[in-house]
Write a protein that binds this ligand. Structure first.
Ligand SMILES: NC(=O)c1ccc[n+]([C@@H]2O[C@H](COP(=O)([O-])OP(=O)(O)OC[C@H]3O[C@@H](n4cnc5c(N)ncnc54)[C@H](O)[C@@H]3O)[C@@H](O)[C@H]2O)c1
Length: 170
């Protein structure tokens, strides 16, 4: 981040006015893969370790309930994946299945419940909060992550075509 301070002319001390400007450069990786949580797929581990390769990264996963219903083995697969890549990752708790769809973006009680869940797991800015679901669900989880603790890391796993084109990368 760069900050520039420019004094606005015509204002004598001690009443000087400065125009302050800053810009933030931000980059993130977008991965394309299939069978993300298969035991022989290293992509999720690569995403967690991208910036700190020698660390064991803590993460929490929330799964869209409609995705979990369509893919009953998913929660189990995520836990198995975390075991297989235990050197680079530590799954906190069980993957939490949470309602998905547009209505969850209008449910403050759900946001509060997820805040409490993350705080109970001791989430801080070194941990990742992972959402697996449709675009509305990812918006919910991103909001919850960013309002639980400043600087929490976030991974979005979009499960709809719109999510893959838009909210997963937006
Ligand atoms: N943050 C951003 O940059 C951004 C960009 C574009 C859109 N959005 C948001 O995304 C939302 C739309 O996303 P959407 O089109 O993914 O809809 P959606 O999230 O509402 O998903 C549609 C339905 O499909 C279910 N679902 C998701 N994946 C599934 C799967 N694999 N199998 C079975 N069911 C599944 C969901 O639970 C939901 O009931 C809107 O709320 C929009 O505001 C956000």
């Amino acid at each position: 981040m760069s900050i520039e301070l420019v004094k606005v002319e015509g204002n004598a001390e001690p009443n000087a006015v400065y125009q302050q400007e800053f810009s933030v450069r931000y980059d993130y990786a977008v991965y394309f893969t299939e069978h993300l949580f298969a035991r022989d797929n290293p992509v999720f581990s690569q995403a967690l370790t991208r910036r700190e390769p020698n660390k064991r990264h803590r993460f929490v996963v929330f799964v869209d309930a409609n995705v979990a219903a369509s893919w009953p083995a998913l929660v189990h697969d995520i836990a198995g994946h975390a075991e297989a890549y235990g050197d680079s990752m530590q799954l906190l708790g069980r993957p939490e299945v949470v309602p998905g769809g547009e209505q969850v973006k209008n449910d403050p009680a759900l946001v509060e419940r997820l805040h409490r869940h993350l705080l109970g797991l001791g989430i801080d800015r070194h941990a990742f909060v992972v959402g697996v679901g449709g675009g509305a669900f990812l918006d919910l989880i991103g909001f919850v992550a960013s309002t639980t603790h400043r600087g929490v890391r976030h991974i979005r796993v979009p499960t709809t075509v719109l999510g893959q084109n838009d909210s997963g990368v937006g």
